[in-house]
Design a protein around this ligand. Structure first.
Ligand code: SF4
Length: 361
C-alpha cells in the first residue's frame, strides 16, 4: 500500500470510528486492509486507532479479574484449550470452588484495582445445580464487594439459566465466538459455531451485558479474523475480549506460533476500528506475544485482565498497574496517579568494567 492509500484508509477509519454510526460501518475490505499494512506503517495505524479509542474511552483502562471456579477436565475438545478433553497441558485441575473461596479470590482482584470479576467454569454448560452454586457465589462476592461488576462464563446456557443468573445479580455473560464460522470445525468438533451464537443471544435477551470475542493465532487467515470480528459486531457485544493463542504443549495447537508483536497490534487495531465504541479487552497471551510492546496496545484497547489467566500466569498485577501509569493511562475507578518517584529502580553498578564480576551483557 502506498503512502496516499494508507492516508486515505486511516482517515476513513478514523472518521467512521469517531462517529460509530451503525449505518456507515467499516467495510470488510477496510478491515482486511488494516491487517495488510506493513510493520513500517504500524505507528500510523496505532495512532489512528488511538484517536478512536480516546474518543470513546479517553485515557481510562478497565481492569478485570478472572476467577476460575472449576478448572480442567472439560468433556469438550476445543483444540486451543488447555482444559479440553484429554489435555496433557499440566494445568491445574479442580472442581467447583466454594462461594467463600471464590469470594476471597475475587477480593484479591478488587484490591488490585479490578472493576469486574469474571467467574469462569470449564465444561459444556452448567446444570441447574451449577447455576444455583454460581448464584450463591455471586451473593458471597457482593457481600464483600457490593460495587464490583460480575460476569459469568459457564458455557452454553439452557432455558431460563440466563434469567436466573440475571436475577441473582450477574451483570454480564461471556461466551466467545473464537473464530470464523467457516473455520469453526478446524478448532472444535464437539459443538458448532451456531451453538455459540445462540448462547450470546440468550444472555443478551435476558438482559445480561454480552461479552464475546475471539482468539487470534490459531492458523486462521486474515479473512477469518475479519469475518469473526464482523460477526461479533452484528451481535453488538458490550465487550470484545481478544485472546492471543497461548499454545500449550499437550494440546492440538501446541507449537502454533504465528503472531509477532506487530501482527498482534494490527489485529487489535482492526478490532478497534470495526467495533469503535465497544470495550476492547486485551486478554490471554498479551505477555507472550506482545512482550515489550504491551504498552503500545493500551493506545488501542481500553480493558485488560489483571494478573493471571484461567490456566496460564500473567505478569504481576503491580507490573500491569505500573505499565498503565507509565504509558499515561489511568485505571478506571482509581484516583491515584502513577508514581513519579521510583528510587527502587536506581542501583549503583557493581559488575562489569572495573570489577571482577561478569558484565551485564
Ligand atoms: S474452551 Fe471451554 S468448552 Fe472448550 S474445552 Fe475449554 S473449557 Fe471446555
Amino acid at each position: 500500500m502506498d503512502a496516499a492509500d494508507l492516508t486515505a484508509l486511516l482517515s476513513s477509519l478514523v472518521e467512521k470510528g469517531l462517529r460509530a454510526d451503525r449505518d456507515d460501518p467499516v467495510t470488510r475490505e477496510e478491515a482486511l486492509a488494516v491487517l495488510a499494512t506493513s510493520d513500517d506503517d504500524l505507528l500510523d495505524v496505532l495512532a489512528a486507532a488511538g484517536r478512536v479509542r480516546r474518543r470513546w474511552f479517553d485515557n481510562r483502562v478497565k481492569l478485570n479479574y478472572l476467577v476460575n471456579l472449576k478448572s480442567g477436565l472439560c468433556p469438550e475438545d476445543c483444540f486451543y484449550c488447555s482444559q479440553r478433553l484429554g489435555s496433557e497441558a499440566g494445568v491445574l485441575k479442580y472442581t467447583w470452588l466454594s462461594p467463600g473461596q471464590a469470594a476471597e479470590a475475587a477480593s484479591a482482584g478488587v484490591a488490585g484495582g479490578a472493576r469486574r470479576v469474571c467467574l469462569v467454569a470449564s465444561g459444556r454448560g452448567p446444570t441447574d445445580r451449577d447455576v444455583d452454586r454460581v448464584c450463591r457465589t455471586v451473593g458471597a462476592i457482593r457481600e464483600q464487594n457490593p460495587q464490583v461488576e460480575v460476569c459469568a462464563c459457564l458455557g452454553f446456557l439452557g432455558d431460563g439459566q440466563a434469567e436466573r443468573l440475571r436475577e441473582a445479580g450477574v451483570d454480564a455473560y461471556n461466551h466467545n465466538l473464537n473464530t470464523s464460522e467457516a473455520t469453526y470445525g478446524d478448532i472444535c468438533t464437539t459443538h458448532e459455531y451456531a451453538d455459540r451464537v445462540d448462547t450470546v443471544q440468550r444472555a443478551q435477551f435476558a438482559g445480561l451485558s454480552p461479552c464475546s470475542g475471539l482468539i487470534a493465532g490459531m492458523g486462521e487467515s486474515d479473512e477469518d479474523l475479519v469475518d469473526v470480528v464482523l460477526a461479533l459486531r452484528d451481535l453488538d457485544p458490550d465487550s470484545v475480549p481478544v485472546n492471543l493463542l497461548v499454545p500449550f504443549d499437550g494440546t492440538p495447537l501446541a507449537g502454533t506460533w504465528e503472531l509477532t508483536p506487530q501482527r498482534a497490534l494490527r489485529i487489535l487495531a482492526m478490532v478497534r476500528f470495526v467495533c469503535p465504541d465497544a470495550e476492547v479487552r486485551l486478554a490471554a497471551g498479551r505477555e507472550v506475544h506482545l512482550r515489550t510492546l504491551q504498552p503500545l496496545a493500551l493506545h488501542v484497547v481500553n480493558s485488560l485482565f489483571l494478573g493471571d489467566y484461567l490456566t496460564s500466569e500473567g505478569q504481576a498485577g503491580r507490573a500491569d498497574r505500573e505499565m498503565i501509569a507509565d504509558a499515561g493511562f489511568v485505571v478506571e475507578g482509581a484516583d491515584a496517579p502513577g508514581e513519579a518517584a521510583r528510587p527502587d529502580l536506581v542501583a549503583a553498578r557493581r559488575r562489569g568494567a572495573g570489577t571482577d564480576v561478569p558484565p551485564n551483557a
